[in-house]
Design a protein around this ligand. Structure first.
Ligand code: BES
Ligand code: MN
Length: 467
């Protein structure tokens, strides 16, 4: 058995320092979607790299391909001895973050990590700088005390996850040899609750689509011209309204064709998970008099994990600040379709494109452009690495982990799993109260500490399980 005690003790004694380091990462606004923050994403990569060097990781360097954002690589590959070889893990997280949204809705400054009660507030505190720091705190705790790790590790911390990983496959192709590994461990997903660990075995895919409807060269006075002049805002509203039916199901013909229905055993298992509807509503921030969307007897988790969904992320036609009596020249929208396993992105893109062209009101100019497209992913849990993860999480949290789906998407998983033919363990530090992508994002510090303890155990368990 690998002795993890020294590393665990070191982590417990120093967890305050690790949280301070996390706060230094949060202080850098590494917003990948905003070109005004390009330098900050670079700065974030450099600061992650410097910290990795300081804890004893080797070959630390920035990996970047043309047009892409900086990923940080670093490794420690001395676990094998003359008599035994050790497996190599690829540890993944991302150091880029989402924009803040309305700044004045934050109760604390988004890029200043602030501890309140059990939680650390700040953009990226959980998604995914908290996840990144879970890997690094575990590694540091071994290297500081035992001067070695029980397994070989390679770290890859991406800088463009939140914009759909546009150059990640290029990076994989270019650095294939360097990134080769036996098992991948990601920390960019959610636990079932802050104190109930989760192993995510399914991700939804995503088709993000930009729709523009235009009719005029410029906005015109709605009194002087209203009547004969077509209104792109109304046309957009009508088109978007046709996309779903009264139950929130997509109204695009044939789009559900490939969705795998759950077996009655799977549904029974889902129903066994502890679930509190009021808490669910509270965590999502659903207003008191507002009803949830229902599809047949599917539970909220079934809908989020196992069914596709469509949402409108942006509608832009003038703005409140510029409101005036005009007919606008054009309207713009972004919609996102979450795909579940077995749905094929190319097919759904074609169905969506045809639907939009067929349903837009006559007489307008329609322009449809796909933004990011990520396939769904799912894994079997047969590989012994999953037993190792079960044991490690049980030790860290004192509770059996739950096998979960995830409604979100992570560009890394499908292409890397395919190319490296390595199992992917998705264990993370977000929880239902995290508010990722929203205002007042936060990390549950107790959950995060249990996550690091589990990660320390996982490195040991994976060393053992490959013997
Ligand atoms: N950490 C999230 C993935 C996630 C979502 C985990 C929900 C748990 C619950 C990840 O950083 C993310 O937000 N991914 C984006 C990818 C997109 C930009 C291609 C997403 O799902 O929207
Ligand atoms: Mn994330």
């Amino acid at each position: 058995m690998i002795n993890t005690k020294k590393a665990q003790d070191y982590f417990k004694k120093n967890s305050k320092n690790f949280i301070e380091q996390l706060a230094r990462f949060v202080a850098i606004p590494s917003i990948s979607s905003d070109s005004a923050h390009t330098k900050d994403v670079d700065r974030s990569a450099n600061s992650v790299a410097a910290y990795m060097r300081s804890i004893g990781l080797e070959h630390v360097e920035i990996l970047q391909v043309r047009g892409g954002k900086p990923a940080v690589y670093g490794d420690w590959l001395h676990a094998s001895t003359k008599t035994s070889t050790s497996p190599t893990l690829l540890l993944y997280a991302h150091h880029d973050v989402q924009p803040t949204g309305e700044h004045n809705k934050w109760k604390t400054e988004p890029f200043k990590a602030v501890k309140k009660g059990d939680r650390l507030y700040g953009r990226g505190a959980a998604d995914d700088k908290g996840g990144l720091m879970m890997h690094l705190a575990a590694i540091a705790s071994y290297l500081k005390t035992k001067k070695k790790l029980p397994v070989n590790v390679k770290c890859l911390f991406e800088g463009e996850e939140e914009i759909g990983s546009p150059t990640l496959v290029k990076l994989l192709t270019k650095y294939r040899k360097k990134l080769e590994a036996d098992v991948m461990v990601l920390s960019d997903t959610e636990n079932y609750a802050a104190d109930i660990p989760g192993i995510t075995i399914q991700l939804r895919g995503l088709i993000s689509c930009h729709i523009s409807i235009s009719a005029l060269e410029k906005p015109v006075h709605s009194g002087g011209w209203g009547g004969p002049i077509p209104d792109p805002a109304l046309a957009m509203a009508k088109l978007l309204a046709k996309l779903t039916d009264g139950n929130g199901r997509m109204a695009i013909p044939n789009v559900y064709e490939d969705v795998e229905l759950l077996s009655s055993e799977q549904r029974a298992l889902l129903k066994k998970l502890p679930f509190d509807l009021n808490k669910f509503r509270k965590h999502a921030g659903v207003l008191e008099d507002v009803e949830l969307v229902r599809q047949g007897d599917a539970t909220p988790h079934e809908m989020i994990w196992h069914l596709p969904s469509l949402s409108v992320n942006v509608i832009q036609v003038s703005s409140r600040a510029q409101a005036s009596n005009v007919i606008m020249d054009s309207a713009w929208a972004q919609i996102g379709i979450r795909l579940v396993p077995n749905m094929m992105p190319e097919k759904v893109i074609k169905l969506l494109d045809d639907f939009l062209k067929k349903n837009v009101e006559k007489g307008f100019r329609l322009d449809v452009k796909m933004d990011h497209v990520l396939p769904p992913w799912k894994t079997s849990i047969e590989h012994p690495a999953f037993r190792a993860a079960e044991r490690a999480l049980k030790k860290g949290y004192g509770k059996e982990p739950v096998y979960m789906g995830c409604g979100g998407s992570i560009g890394f998983v499908e292409p890397f799993a395919k190319a490296l033919k390595a199992p992917a363990l998705l264990i993370g530090v977000e929880d239902p109260e995290t508010a990722a992508h929203s205002w007042n994002e936060s990390l549950h510090l107790g959950g995060w500490q249990k996550g690091v303890v589990s990660m320390i155990e996982l490195l040991g368990e994976l060393a053992e399980s490959s013997k």
